[in-house]
Design a protein around this ligand. Structure first.
Ligand SMILES: O=C(O)c1ccccc1NCC(=O)[C@H](O)[C@H](O)COP(=O)(O)O
Length: 220
């Protein structure tokens, strides 16, 4: 039983938003090293933002079919970076770095999650996202009924989450963690500290409901 659903807030670009996410209780912050994304940061920007992190908050570097030299430079600048592969990377391209990583997957009816997990033995978790144009960050929810709930499956539930639907996702999927980008933005690419706080509070209420058995609203 996962007593505390971990939280990843992705696509951060501003110090004030990094601070808001840390204070709200995020466990991991995602930095997008993918130039085509409206949330992209340079290595210099990401390094400065990671400097702000206190202990026990994991920086995640998000890559989409990146040149290995880009990943190598990111790891040299930010050695504690957890790699997230969000493109069409083959297992060998993910495994070559010899470190744990997050393997993002677009979940479709034909997606075989067990096969993917077997092909990525060193993936620390599968980040399950919706199929969207542009690989990710699309604010779309996929059909959660395609997933079998399991108490401690190393799954990060992602795709179109927000403060209003995350409790349902936790209850139905029971992920190790949840991940959000669009759902905590006031406008595309610009995070909202208030939405970040509301999202994290909704996760905590859902966790409390799991332990007390009461629906979230009855816990407040
Ligand atoms: O965030 C992006 O702009 C992005 C662009 C290209 C590939 C991946 C991207 N984000 C990866 C993430 O982990 C997002 O948090 C995930 O796709 C969920 O996004 P959202 O549906 O907007 O919450």
């Amino acid at each position: 039983m996962n007593s505390r659903t971990r939280i990843k807030i992705c696509g951060l670009r501003e110090p004030a938003h990094v601070e808001a996410a840390v204070l709200a209780g995020a466990d991991a912050l995602g930095f997008v090293f993918y130039a085509k994304s409206v949330r992209a940061v340079t290595l210099e920007q990401a390094s400065a933002l990671v400097e702000l992190l206190p202990p026990f908050v994991t920086p995640v570097g998000l890559f989409v079919n990146a040149d290995p030299n880009v990943i190598d430079a990111a790891l040299r600048a930010i050695p504690q970076l957890l790699l997230q592969f969000h493109g069409d990377e083959a297992p060998a391209e993910c495994e070559r770095w010899g470190r744990p990583y997050l393997r993002a997957l677009a979940v479709r009816p034909e997606t075989n999650l067990l096969d993917c997990a077997r092909r990525h033995p060193h993936a620390q978790a599968l980040l399950l996202d919706a199929p969207v144009e542009g690989y990710g960050g699309g604010g779309k929810v996929f059909d959660w009924s395609l997933l079998k709930p399991s108490a401690n499956s190393p799954v990060v539930l992602s795709g179109g989450l927000n403060a209003d639907n995350v409790a349902d996702g936790i209850r139905r999927v029971r992920p190790w963690a949840v991940d959000v980008s669009s759902g905590v933005e006031q406008t595309r690419g610009v995070k909202s500290p208030d939405l970040i706080r509301r999202f994290c509070a909704a996760v905590r209420a859902a966790d409390a409901a799991q332990t007390t058995g009461l629906p979230p609203h009855e816990n407040l």
